[in-house]
Design a protein around this ligand. Sequence first.
Ligand SMILES: Cc1ncc(COP(=O)(O)O)c(C=O)c1O
Length: 369
Amino acid sequence: MIPIFDTSAQTAKLQEQFKEALAEVMLDGRYILGPNVQTFEQEIAELCGVTQGMGVASGTDALHLALKACGVGPGDEVITPSFTFIATAEAIVYCGATPVFVDIDPETFNLDPVQIAQKITSRTKVIMPVHLFGQIADMDAIMSLAQEHGIQVVEDCAQAIGATYKGRPSGSFGAAGCFSFYPTKNLGAFGDGGMVVTRDPTLAAQVCKLRAHGSNIRYYHDEVGFCSRLDEVQAAILRVKLPHLRNWNNRRAEIAQFYNERFENLPVQTPATASGNTHTYHQYTLRVSDRDRLVKEMQAAGIGAMIYYPVPIHLQNAFQSFGYKLGDLPASEKAAAEVLSLPIFPELTDSQAEQVADTLTTLLSKITV
Ligand SMILES: Cc1ncc(COP(=O)(O)O)c(C=O)c1O
């Protein structure tokens, strides 16, 4: 079986360093917002070319607290894609605001700026692009729309740590960038974790307050906040991994290049990288007709192929009250019907990648004859 992602392969390689880091945390005793969290926040801010990072309990919380710190509340609208993981839209709903779903560019799977412009109203408070599968959205167009209309931008960078757009890193464009350290992310913890990055000191102070029960000074609470800190243990693990991130992302790109070459003449659409972008290939996602049959056959052949995502958010039961229907976002709906993600992670060996490519090639030749 070749899994879609193998957390244990990465852990095995670094286990001695993890043991040392964990032993230090254990003996140090500063378990909440301790020295590893502080240093890791600086390291991620540096990676993103911004001034501050605030460790929180998850990527979902990063989005939620960043939106709250931007002042998003009831009556506000937040423009975001529907073809993404549910957490993106949940964060908007947690704030009491309304998600306004905009369709995607079918090539990159990211927000289509032309359609964003059509959905801006006097209530639009934030545009929240998602850098889906590891590729940054069209940020020049998005930032200029936001500036023109006085709207803030919060980037969902959960899948795009280390990605660049015209040389600039993810998380460096909007008022805030939000990261996830969920175990299967390109930089993954041994549990949940997340971070908000910004170069705005006021926004940073607000996120710091919100993550600590609405308090700057212990036991004095300005507002009702949350209990959402990145754990010291997770920060120690992530600091062991961070120096490897660039190489890991490069290896993912190498595997993606191999797949692209092997699939050139097959009846599939390989993932496109927009010019000026470096892709982190959090997922390697193809488009293919007869997808549902193919995914079952791949899995039966021992290849961990997956569908990210089978139902766009505007058609999810949980979002019915927002009044969308089938046909409202055709590019998102078509993507949901056609996408297929293949195993891609730094420890995937060349021979495993060959096996994935061979299996797909054989199965497709059977389906298409
Ligand atoms: C695009 C996107 N946004 C948000 C999240 C939420 O992150 P977390 O699982 O850390 O809460 C994820 C990942 O799970 C994601 O892929």
